[in-house]
Write a protein that binds this ligand. Structure first.
Ligand code: SF4
Length: 292
């Protein structure tokens, strides 16, 4: 059973006493024609790839670097473990180091899971690993979360976009952040009525964010935007768990995001010709790398 908005999904789950994961699994089974066991096995494989990409990415000194960016995730991780204080706390610093790690593996052609896209691939692993450590979640629970994240991504893709080339970075990092926030709230047993508030909050926080990769490479600002995506999800999870709600429902936020994306000029949609890509330094990198 496929629904095109979150309110219909919530109603269907409530009427049929299904969790969001159970709904996501039945949707995936009908879509893929795979059995429950086959889907869960596949999801465990994705989870392993995500975890490995974090592990690899944290070995900063061993991996190569990007055309512009250096590998910094390991340094950020070490700063979380050190005795000095961090402005945003050790949990947050560790979480953003995980997001950075995956992005840094991505730019050096390592193996990642492009969920929702390669450019936003650090957010879900970063948030999931952080929540697993803090709340001692099992891998099985994380796999359930991955399927929930998939449902969120498919809603955004159907009703707006998950591509920077179409909707700007709000559609890429924003979507990854919304997927991670909703899945995180699911994994922490938040009632289905409240789960999508996390998705609405994260998308609103990044509404209007343009896609402006320097030299057209998924490096600057993408590396650090994944860290912001991770932080955005964790903050939204904490707010919703404290009882805060989004005044604008998730489905309407997605609709607004689509309209904002449609209004973006092409220079702000992954062409590498607007925003920071069009600064003096951004243009200098482009010349240096491509000689144009
Ligand atoms: S700036 Fe563009 S390429 Fe980079 S993460 Fe955002 S949407 Fe992706």
């Amino acid at each position: 059973m496929y629904f095109k908005d979150s309110s219909s999904i919530i109603k269907y789950c409530n009427d049929n006493q299904l969790s969001l994961f159970e709904y996501a699994l039945s949707y995936e089974m009908s879509l893929s024609e795979l059995s429950k066991e086959e889907i869960l096995t596949k999801m465990h494989e994705y989870l392993d790839v995500m975890k490995n990409s974090i592990k690899e990415g944290l070995k900063s000194s061993k991996g190569g670097k990007g055309k512009i960016i250096d590998r910094k995730a390991g340094d950020v991780y070490k700063s979380a473990l050190s005795s000095h204080k961090n402005a945003s706390g050790k949990t947050m610093v560790k979480a953003i180091s995980y997001g950075l790690a995956v992005m840094e593996v991505n730019v050096t052609m390592g193996r990642i899971v492009a969920a929702p896209t390669a450019g936003a691939s650090g957010i879900i692993p970063g948030v999931f690993k952080s929540l697993q450590e803090t709340f001692e979640l099992s891998d099985d629970k994380l796999v359930e979360g991955l399927l929930v994240a998939g449902i969120v991504g498919s809603l955004i893709a159907k009703n707006a976009s998950i591509a920077g080339a179409e909707g700007g970075c709000q559609a890429e990092v924003g979507s990854g952040s919304a997927m991670a926030a909703v899945a995180g709230l699911y994994m922490l047993d938040v009632d289905i009525k409240h789960i999508f508030h996390g998705g609405a909050i994260t998308l609103k926080n990044l509404m209007g964010l343009i896609c402006d990769p320097v030299a057209g490479l998924v490096e600057v600002p993408c590396q650090k935007r994944n860290a912001i995506g991770v932080a955005n999800s964790l903050i939204a999870i904490d707010m919703v768990r404290s009882g805060m709600e989004s005044y604008i429902p998730f489905d309407e936020v997605v609709e607004a995001m689509k309209k904002v994306g449609n209004l973006m000029p092409s220079c702000h949609r992954e062409t590498g010709t607007g925003g920071i890509a069009n600064t003096e330094t951004g243009i200098m990198y482009n010349h240096k790398i491509f000689g144009e």
